[in-house]
Design a protein around this ligand. Structure first.
Ligand SMILES: *[C@@H]1O[C@H](CO)[C@@H](O)[C@H](O)[C@H]1NC(C)=O
Ligand SMILES: *[C@@H]1O[C@H](CO)[C@@H](O)[C@H](O)[C@H]1NC(C)=O
Ligand SMILES: *[C@@H]1O[C@H](CO)[C@@H](O)[C@H](O)[C@H]1NC(C)=O
Ligand SMILES: *[C@@H]1O[C@H](CO)[C@@H](O)[C@H](O)[C@H]1NC(C)=O
Length: 543
């Protein structure tokens, strides 16, 4: 088995993809592979890196099905020698795949092993063990089960979100659960129970940001990991509705030009950190805390940053694509400069290392003012431009932002996410699928799918404009964007508004996604009342 070519050949044999050969062949193969000597390993990695995508897929598939087989057989509680080796092999493949050119890359989703996410006890045990190892409460050792959290590339988005939530809730899991689910004394003395402490924000609606920033800046930093409770001075009910209301309006105010916190792209549709901040850098620290709180409290917020911001949060370097997203004209011309223009064209363009960014001129090479861009230094120019726009010019404020964000959220868990996923989880998507929305709706009390009011309601709903439908989603859920996992996540329940007359407006309970509808006696009335409700009622935020 010391000849590395064998490891390239075997995964293409279909018998190795069969369940009955997992224990006797695939696991042994994994162990043999992970114990290869350095030079054989190097040869193997070179082979992998030169593979075309379909072949790579075949390899991934074999190792994945072995893993899936073991997971389905429920053997993850016991220690199986080859299982860690399979995980390690997948990690090698993942790393090789990351390095190859885009055209030969296998999509990241091919690495997902859905079976990991299908078992909540597995995920919970895994998070627990992972945290214990992290804090040195359990020693590393050969007889521990594998820790999937160490292989986040295997986790699909739903699993990552679940892990994030377990990690957040872990102190609330009771001893009994652990004893039921998990063998050995491994998992004891972890959960010191105390009533969940809270961080309370008491705010005036009329001075929302001022109050938030003041209270956050006085708060003890240890408090940020606690449960958030929002109370409005005007009506001191403490509910989830307040929280959604709060995030919705706080972010709207933050992103408005009056807050002076961000720079915008020319169409004012995207924001970025400014190179000459007009407000104190502490504000960005507090903004980071707010974003962390929104994520930790599963609140989708409106935050039109380019992907670059989410890359930076998980320590990835922005690229030209990110510039193209934020400033398409600048980005595309840089791309042409790099790849399309001939040397002559470049010399004739008279471009210099002096660029205009966020309202000021910047010398990208401070050593040589007005240095011309020629084909020999075009790469240096593009790199310097990107580094200035996405890194240097925002370094101080971004660091403050990041510091605040990670005061609330757990860095290790956040870094599981790909930047696209993190953006999706935080800001939602615009994948409105109103058919799914309708199919998932349930009815309560007197209402049922064939009830005349319900039939009329859907007629009216279908006739709403796209904007009005979004306003309806906002009215219903407190947020007008779709959760990253899709419209399936929004399950409306419709019930009769108690004691209502023809003159009442429909109401909503945003925290439970309930629409409360009076039994109107005509379509016209239902339509006018619904539209009226959407117009001047943004959730429970009554002005
Ligand atoms: C601003 O960003 C949006 C989103 O990427 C883009 O569609 C738009 O073209 C940008 N506007 C300008 C003028 O750069
Ligand atoms: C960002 O800029 C700083 C200097 O301002 C530099 O030290 C650092 O390496 C840069 N980061 C990246 C990811 O290039
Ligand atoms: C999120 O908040 C909870 C309390 O609600 C806290 O226990 C936890 O540490 C935070 N979790 C993460 C992942 O940031
Ligand atoms: C509805 O009216 C009945 C009597 O007409 C009353 O007992 C009940 O409390 C009312 N319910 C609500 C929710 O106002």
């Amino acid at each position: 088995m010391k000849c590395p070519e064998i490891f390239l050949l075997l995964p293409t044999c279909s018998i190795l993809h069969e369940d009955r050969n997992v224990i006797d062949l695939v696991l042994l193969l994994a162990v043999a592979l992970t114990t290869l000597n350095e030079s054989a390993m190097k040869t193997l990695k070179d082979y992998w890196s030169s593979m075309e995508a379909p072949m790579m897929s075949k390899h991934i598939c074999m190792w994945k099905s072995a893993l899936a087989f073991l997971l389905k057989a429920n053997v993850w509680l016991t220690f199986i020698p080859g299982m860690k080796a399979v995980l390690e092999v997948l990690k090698y493949l993942y790393k090789c795949n990351k390095r190859v050119a885009r055209s030969r890359k296998v999509p990241l989703s091919e690495f997902y092993v859905e079976e990991i996410g299908l078992s909540p006890p597995l995920l919970q045990q895994d998070v627990t063990l992972w945290r214990q190892l992290k804090w040195g409460q359990v020693q590393e050792g050969d007889n521990l089960p594998p820790v999937f959290c160490r292989y986040p590339f295997l986790l699909d988005l739903q699993s990552k979100i679940n892990i994030f939530n377990y990690d957040a809730a872990i102190t609330k899991i009771t001893h009994s659960f652990i004893h039921d689910q998990v063998t050995a004394g491994l998992f004891q003395n972890l959960y010191t129970q105390a009533p969940t402490p809270i961080i309370l924000l008491r705010l005036r609606r009329t001075a929302l940001l001022e109050d938030v920033f003041r209270q956050l800046s006085y708060a003890d930093h240890d408090n940020f990991k606690k449960q958030l409770v929002v109370e409005f001075v005007e009506d001191s009910k403490q509910t989830d509705v307040n929280k959604r209301d709060f995030f919705l309006h706080a972010f709207n105010e933050l992103l408005a030009p009056e807050s002076e916190m961000f720079m915008y792209n020319d169409t004012q549709t995207m924001i970025w950190f400014p190179s000459q901040p007009k407000v104190e850098s502490k504000q960005y620290f507090l903004f980071g805390i707010l974003c962390g709180l929104a994520l930790n409290n599963s609140n989708i917020v409106h935050m039109p940053f380019p992907l670059a911001m989410f890359k930076k949060l998980v320590n990835m370097k922005p690229t030209l694509d990110d510039m193209i997203e934020f400033r398409p004209t600048v980005g595309k011309s840089l791309r042409c400069l790099l790849y399309d223009y001939t040397d002559d064209v470049i010399e004739n363009m008279d471009t210099t290392f002096c660029v205009h960014w966020d309202g000021v001129n910047v010398e990208l090479d401070p050593q040589e003012k007005g240095k011309p861009v020629i084909s020999a230094n075009k790469k240096e120019f593009v790199d310097a431009y990107l580094d200035y726009a996405m890194n240097k010019s925002v370094e101080r404020v971004f660091e403050e932002f990041r510091r605040g964000f990670y005061k609330v959220c757990d860095r290790d868990v956040v870094e599981f996410f790909q930047p696209e996923e993190l953006r999706g989880v935080m800001v939602g998507t615009e994948a409105y699928d109103w058919d799914v929305f309708r199919q998932n709706t349930v009815y309560d009390g007197q209402f049922h799918v064939g009830h005349p009011t319900i039939v009329t309601f859907w007629e009216v709903f279908e006739e709403l404009t796209d904007e009005q439908k979004k306003a309806f989603l906002l009215f219903l859920t407190g947020c007008d964007r779709v959760p990253i996992l899709g419209m399936e996540q929004v399950r409306m329940s419709v019930s009769v508004l108690p004691n209502s007359t023809q003159n009442h407006l429909p109401e909503s309970l945003t925290c439970h996604c309930i629409l409360m509808l009076p039994q109107y006696n005509s379509k016209e009335r239902l339509q006018s009342k619904l539209i009226e409700a959407l117009k001047h009622n943004r959730g429970f935020w009554r002005e």
